[in-house]
Design a protein. Structure first.
Length: 153
């Protein structure tokens, strides 16, 4: 094998490693961009640093056989009077992103809302991807979703 052939094979191998190693990063970017776009439509500002995908841990209340299952975490700011709307739009945006980018194995969504008022407050909402799917399909009303499927802290 001459030097030119060796260089070409080496270049192709390095190129293949770079391309295939960035596939999950591209999926994360698409997921985050979808969430960001939907929230922007509802005039809710969010940046990529406010979003995170992490493995589902013990004690989260989600039973899964998939070792690659993930929890999507979203941090948002809301006023004292509109935190409920921000929470529901956050779940809607996450659900649409889960449908758009199906290769990430997102099984749960956690939303942390900082309430801007004299007394800083924090509301945490948690729901499974299946229950968010029911909400998006219209099989659950927002009230039913909040009462039966949403865990708040």
């Amino acid at each position: 094998m001459n030097a030119k052939t060796w260089r070409l094979r080496f270049f192709l191998a390095v190129f293949a490693v770079i391309v295939f190693s960035n596939v999950p990063l591209h999926a994360n970017y698409m997921f985050y961009t979808t969430v960001q776009h939907i929230l922007k439509v509802y005039q809710i500002e969010v940046s990529f640093k406010d979003m995170m995908l992490e493995p589902i841990g013990q004690g989260m209340g989600i039973e899964t056989e998939d070792p690659n299952a993930r929890n999507f975490i979203l941090r948002l700011d809301a006023g004292r009077n509109n935190f409920d709307t921000v929470l529901m739009v956050g779940f809607y945006a996450a659900g649409r992103a889960i449908r758009t980018v199906g290769e990430l194995d997102v099984e749960a969504v956690s939303i942390y809302i900082s309430i801007q008022s004299r007394d800083q407050g924090l509301i945490v909402g948690f729901a499974s991807a299946n229950s968010i799917d029911l909400l998006i399909d219209g099989k659950l009303t927002a009230k039913e979703f909040k009462m039966k499927h949403l865990k708040m802290m």
